[in-house]
Design a protein around this ligand. Structure first.
Ligand SMILES: C[S@@+](CC[C@H](N)C(=O)[O-])C[C@H]1O[C@@H](n2cnc3c(N)ncnc32)[C@H](O)[C@@H]1O
Length: 196
């Protein structure tokens, strides 16, 4: 499995935003929506071997995490609006303090924080921190079940990074330029495809 964890530093944890305004009114939810599209879509298929965790840290009911599972996903389309709608539908669910609630096939919501997500994935795969100053991806051997961690339009906070570094993740760089989060995901998926 390929896991992607994206920290949505201002992304709304409540459904009170307009689908026409996910860039401004929903705390740059557009960045996270593009990450979902980039992680799953091939030209004529969906990557079933991928899971995406969007950690929503903005708004009045944070934190919440929306998880997309490629094995089960349905109703995912390439346009941003319909993916934002899947997230908003998840946010409309009543979420208990523990555990996940399924909002549609392959879409789950929980009250997990970034630290909780990291803990939940600790036995499932090996952490890989995407960072501009890391080892070149082309000198890196991907582990079997990588857990990629990256920021949204901002880097991880100092606290998030310090927490992540306690687990001694691999740290890899994707190239000489700083990329958008969704572009990083496309590059990583492609590098993994090539390595397989
Ligand atoms: C849009 S960037 C965040 C801001 C960016 N660091 C800047 O200075 O403009 C989003 C995330 O993508 C990842 N990232 C961007 N470029 C990268 C690169 N060349 N190699 C590895 N990760 C990268 C990092 O995790 C970063 O936090």
């Amino acid at each position: 499995m390929r896991y992607f964890v994206i920290t949505g530093h201002r992304a709304y944890s409540t459904p009170d935003f307009k689908l026409d305004d996910i860039c401004g009114g929903a705390g740059r939810l557009d960045v996270l929506v593009r990450c979902v599209t980039s992680a799953f879509f091939l030209s004529h298929d969906i990557r079933r071997d991928t899971q995406v965790y969007l950690v929503l840290q903005g708004g009045s009911d944070a934190p919440k995490t929306v998880r997309f599972s490629g094995e089960e996903i349905r109703y995912l389309n390439p346009d941003e609006r319909s993916t934002a709608s899947l997230i908003r539908n998840a946010l409309l669910k009543k979420v208990p303090p523990e555990g996940e609630v399924r909002s549609s096939p392959g879409v789950y919501i929980s009250r997990m924080s970034f630290e909780d997500v990291m803990a939940s994935l600790s036995g499932k795969g090996e952490l890989v921190y995407l960072k501009e100053d890391g080892t070149d991806v082309r000198d890196f051997s991907f582990p079997e079940d990588p857990v990629f961690v990256l920021g949204d339009d901002r880097d991880l906070t100092e606290e998030e990074e310090a927490f992540l570094l306690e687990s001694s993740p691999a740290r890899i760089c994707l190239g000489p330029r700083s990329l958008h989060a969704n572009q990083c995901i496309v590059v990583v998926q492609n590098e993994m495809d090539r390595a397989e």
